[in-house]
Design a protein around this ligand. Sequence first.
Ligand code: NAP
Length: 331
Amino acid sequence: MKAAYITQPGPPHSIQWGELDDPIPGATGILIRIGAVSINPIDTYIRSGMISMAIPSPFIVGCDFAGTVEAIGSEVTRFQIGDRVWGSNQGLLGRQGTFAERIAVDESFAYPTPPSQTDESLAALALVSITAHLGLVARANLEEGETLFVNGGAGGVGSAVIQMGKAMGAKVIASAGSEDRAELCRQFGADLAFNYNTRNLAEVLKSSGGGGIDVYWETSRVPDFQGAIGALAENGRMVVMAGRDAQPTFPVGPFYVKGCRLVGFAMFKASASAQQTSAQQIHQWLQAGALRPHIGRRFPLSQSAKAHQLQEDNTLNGAGTLCGKIVLQPE
Ligand SMILES: NC(=O)c1ccc[n+]([C@@H]2O[C@H](COP(=O)([O-])OP(=O)(O)OC[C@H]3O[C@@H](n4cnc5c(N)ncnc54)[C@H](OP(=O)(O)O)[C@@H]3O)[C@@H](O)[C@H]2O)c1
């Protein structure tokens, strides 16, 4: 089969597109013919070696997948040949990645694709939608009627957080890096959206006459604790999930006096059963039309190196040339 792989961590152009042996699923594994995959910022950290994680050699890049089951292991109970499935959490913690014509995945990390959905949609939603669900439900305990702020609402995670926040009955405010991207946040359901380059949250809250923020979701790699804690309501929660090297100033006083909570998490460390719970809720929202992917660019799978370059330019170098997910499909 053809696959996009590296033999050691390196820059985007170190990704080769070539022949590798087809994977063989273990007893609880399923063999999937890939229909679509998508890139996440973490793919660039692992490929470059920025995050030091054990990887097999050769290492096929990528976490997210959607496709069709072609073979099953002897102990598989949840899937049959021909089922359409999606999932994430591959290419991590020593597992092989997904940017290949065929992959073998433990069935615990695969979910049935709702019949109305394309592989492209589920690949684009995979990691970001599970992240958004884990963060809002298990970590921040967002309640109906609360106010949710998404700093960076037009990105992959941010657009999922906006939609889930609305589906959970919250009032949603979002920021984005331009007027066009703020409009996109409104299209994803934000009640109010603004350009973070020209306004800040404190001004927006003052002029809208609303109260404080119950859940503040930070997507930026440089969390603004000063602005966030100032905006949090009594018992407010702040979610951080990016910025491994960030060391921002933290205003302790207003944080504890308001009884706030700071929650951090990395989705790939959530158990398979926790991620299955997220997938079930995601299916319900998909079927209700409450959730859709935000696809920014499409590439053939053979151009994985080019797609990684685009993701890295934006995630690490602030190029501003990508808005939404990069999806790749075999030709
Ligand atoms: N911990 C976890 O489990 C987990 C899971 C998924 C992702 N992540 C991390 O979360 C981050 C976002 O992931 P993603 O997939 O959503 O990436 P993405 O699609 O590239 O989105 C990045 C977002 O950051 C926003 N942003 C950049 N600079 C900002 C600033 N100064 N103020 C406010 N917003 C800013 C961007 O807004 P504009 O485009 O509007 O400028 C965009 O919405 C990445 O660092 C990723 O590694 C962590």
